[in-house]
Design a protein. Structure first.
Length: 264
């Protein structure tokens, strides 16, 4: 497959600013999947349905793509005859590259945090190129996108209804660290964390440094009926993503010094 980068939201905004009134606007369907090409966005891969094995994936009428185990791995654009309610449903991927004119040529957006991309890396053997695209990272990217587009910094995360799984698949118990809802406020949207870093015998840093993009947030667990959290924008995420966010936030609180956390 030939890999191509999708245009960013900043590029699209600049194109709309300089376009004249007679130019065709960059609407929802200006990017379409093409056989033999892989379009890459910040959170998804856009591929043509003809490049995927239809025996291992299922395209649902709700616009979601699932694998044989029942896990949701992406999105697709159902035919327009599904009604206005289906077309107005907001999914994770941007609508600008989810359009497809026919089922055979329809584009399928695969979530980076739900798939793996093995790659041989020297002596390390096979490594997953997408290992840093986690459930909690996808939720964080979505909240940062809402903050940039709508100007909101305060959110209330709510877990969605558990997805139905095949009868022969085991049901994972809900994590004890989860909650009914999570009130979250973004304080610093962009941080660059470098480390931890191991030092060699001579005192020089080794090759263990790792760079991570993060955001500083304040959060608290709350009830879904908590009136104090009503001012935030409500965002419903899958149950497994909600549990991952709770676990990750608690893990960062334990690792950070007390001076950087407000523990009550």
């Amino acid at each position: 497959l030939e890999a191509l980068l999708l245009p960013t939201s900043l590029l699209q905004a600049c194109a709309e600013v300089v376009a004249c009134e007679e130019c065709t606007p960059m609407g929802q369907g200006h990017i379409r999947a093409q056989p033999g090409r892989l379009f890459v966005s910040a959170q998804c891969f856009l591929v043509s349905a003809t490049d995927l094995d239809e025996a291992v994936i299922t395209r649902g009428a709700d616009g979601l793509v699932s694998c044989r185990c029942g896990s949701t791995v992406g999105e697709w654009q159902p035919p327009a005859s599904g009604g206005a309610e289906r077309r107005s449903k907001r999914l994770l991927c941007g609508e600008s590259w989810r359009k497809g004119s026919a089922c055979k040529a329809a584009g399928i957006s695969l979530y980076k945090h739900r798939i793996s991309l093995p790659h041989t890396h020297g002596e390390s053997g096979l490594v997953d190129v997408l290992q840093d695209f986690s459930e909690e990272a996808s939720v964080g990217a979505h909240l940062l996108s809402l903050r940039a587009n709508q100007g909101q910094s305060r959110f209330v995360l709510l877990p969605g209804a558990p997805a139905s799984t095949p009868s022969d698949m085991p049901v994972e118990p809900r994590l004890a660290s989860s909650a009914e809802a999570l009130e979250l406020r973004i304080v610093v949207p962009d941080l660059l964390l470098i480390g931890p870093q191991l030092h060699e015998d001579g005192g020089s840093p080794g090759d263990s440094a790792r760079t991570q993009r993060a955001a500083k947030v304040y959060y608290r667990r709350c009830s879904c009926l908590d009136t104090a959290a009503q001012g935030g924008t409500q965002v419903v995420v899958p149950q497994e993503s909600f549990d991952a966010v709770c676990t990750s936030l608690d893990s960062w609180v334990e690792r950070m010094p007390p001076s950087q956390t407000d523990r009550k």
